[in-house]
Design a binder for this molecule. Structure first.
Ligand code: PLP
Length: 431
């Protein structure tokens, strides 16, 4: 594979941008080698600056559920572009997107738009603290909720691969009210509430974890969180930045029939442009300025271009709600074929898959929390990643990230993915 132009651009970027990238996990640091510079996307495929084509399982880390450059979203953006792209005043677009979200996610009666997932979770935490007049927050090890200071404790995603337990520049005081607990461990949650119940403002959780790789909730985990938080009058926050509109029309809360108090969104809600949002019951959301005392603002919040991409995305989803069962069938099929191939090749794997989210761990036994995710052999993963690249598949360059399917993947793309993965696993078996 010729990557001369990517390599040159990367060397030049290193001089001007820290690490040559604007988000750490793009740097391929944990798998070795240099990042590819992407020139364009076409449906399920991305093409780098050297002309190499890859089936894209990163999907911009989640937002692109329809793949790249969907014609309807492109057309809607062109239309809005001609009208102007920011006014700093309300637009009808924001109202329409708010309507469609509250319709799709019934626990959300009112919603506030921001510009990233980080902003959404940061604001949701402030809101939970303002509403309950309490300070402590429970989060789960390996769950990533963006890079707000108070949530940078035992996070997954880029932090997992860099091996940083935390971040420099985060004073102890800002995380001292954060209680990290093991994912899927209801007893630990009960114990924390027995110890600090009156001080706990809320529990924030990825209802399906995606940032330690894909880790599903155990059957009663989310319902137990609901029961315990209700009992102690703390708020339950589902961080659906990744799972919202990804696993079902109404997100993971629809899939598992558990209603949180606050939900955060990002990724798909912006259709590939920068949008985040947080929402919940009207009584809670009316604590937010200008109605209530919890301050939160944004110069480009509700940006017309970004909201247009999100609105068009959710309209397409609403026209074809059957897409989620199709994506789940595709995901099951890929996971099943890879499990068989790994078994035949004598490679030990544990594959987690929910709908169009999946992760292949090189570990014995199930992966249901961060400690188990960390048992995956990341040297084997790095080899797997490079073998997948040779098979023209762009797999996430980190063990602790979720891979995604998109609706742009037809039968031939799924065949390509299955065949490429099998070939990679066979090669691993021989090494
Ligand atoms: C991606 C992600 C975030 C952060 O969103 P950004 O837009 O990158 O700030 C927060 N929570 C979850 C669950 C995510 O997957």
């Amino acid at each position: 594979m010729n990557t001369n132009i990517s390599n040159r651009l990367y060397q030049e970027s290193l001089a001007k941008i820290p690490g040559g990238v604007n988000s750490p996990v793009r740097a391929f640091k944990s798998v070795g080698g240099n990042p590819l510079f992407i020139q364009r996307g076409e449906g399920a495929w991305i093409i780098d600056v050297d002309g190499n084509r890859f089936l894209d399982c990163v999907c911009s880390w989640g937002p692109l559920i329809f793949g790249h450059a969907h014609p309807r979203i492109a057309e809607a953006l062109r239309h809005q572009l001609a009208l102007g792209w920011t006014f700093g005043a309300p637009t009808e677009l924001e109202l329409r997107l708010a309507e469609i979200i509250t319709h799709m996610v019934p626990s959300v009666e009112k919603v506030r738009f921001v510009s990233s997932g980080t902003e959404a979770t940061m604001s949701a935490i402030r809101l939970a603290r303002g509403f309950t007049k309490r300070n402590k927050i429970i989060k789960f090890e390996g769950c990533y909720h963006g890079h707000a200071d108070c949530l940078l404790a035992k996070s997954g995603s880029g932090i997992a691969t860099l091996g940083l337990p935390d971040s420099a520049g985060v004073p102890f005081g800002t995380t001292s009210d954060t209680i990290p607990l093991p994912y899927n461990d209801v007893d630990a949650v009960r114990k924390a509430f027995e110890d600090y119940g009156e001080d706990i403002a809320g529990v924030i959780v990825e209802p399906i974890a995606g940032n330690m790789g894909c880790v599903p909730p155990m059957p009663s985990f989310l319902q137990s969180l609901r029961d315990i938080t209700s009992h102690f009058k703390a708020l339950l926050i589902f961080d659906e930045v990744m799972t919202g509109f990804r696993v079902a029309k109404g997100g993971a809360q629809e899939l598992y029939h558990v209603k949180p108090d606050i939900t955060t969104f990002g990724k798909i809600i912006g259709g590939g442009l920068p949008v985040g949002a947080y929402g919940g019951g009207a009584e809670i959301m009316d604590m937010v300025a200008p109605v209530g005392p919890v301050y939160q603002a944004g110069t480009l919040s509700g940006n017309p271009l970004a909201i247009t991409a999100g609105l068009e995305t959710l309209m397409i989803i609403n026209e074809d709600p059957g897409m989620y069962s199709r994506l789940d069938e595709m995901g099951r099929h890929v996971a099943q074929e890879w499990r068989l191939a790994a078994h035949e090749a004598g490679v030990r794997v544990s594959i987690n898959q929910i709908g169009s989210m999946f992760t292949l761990f090189f570990a014995d036994g199930p992966v249901l929390n961060y400690a188990q995710a960390l048992t995956s052999d990341t040297d084997i993963f790095s080899r797997f990643f490079r073998l997948m690249q040779e098979q023209e598949i762009y797999y996430p360059p980190s063990q602790y990230e979720c891979a995604f399917l998109s609706t742009a993947m037809g039968d031939s793309e799924i065949d390509h993915l299955i065949r490429g993965g099998k070939e990679a696993l066979r090669s691993l078996g021989k090494q």
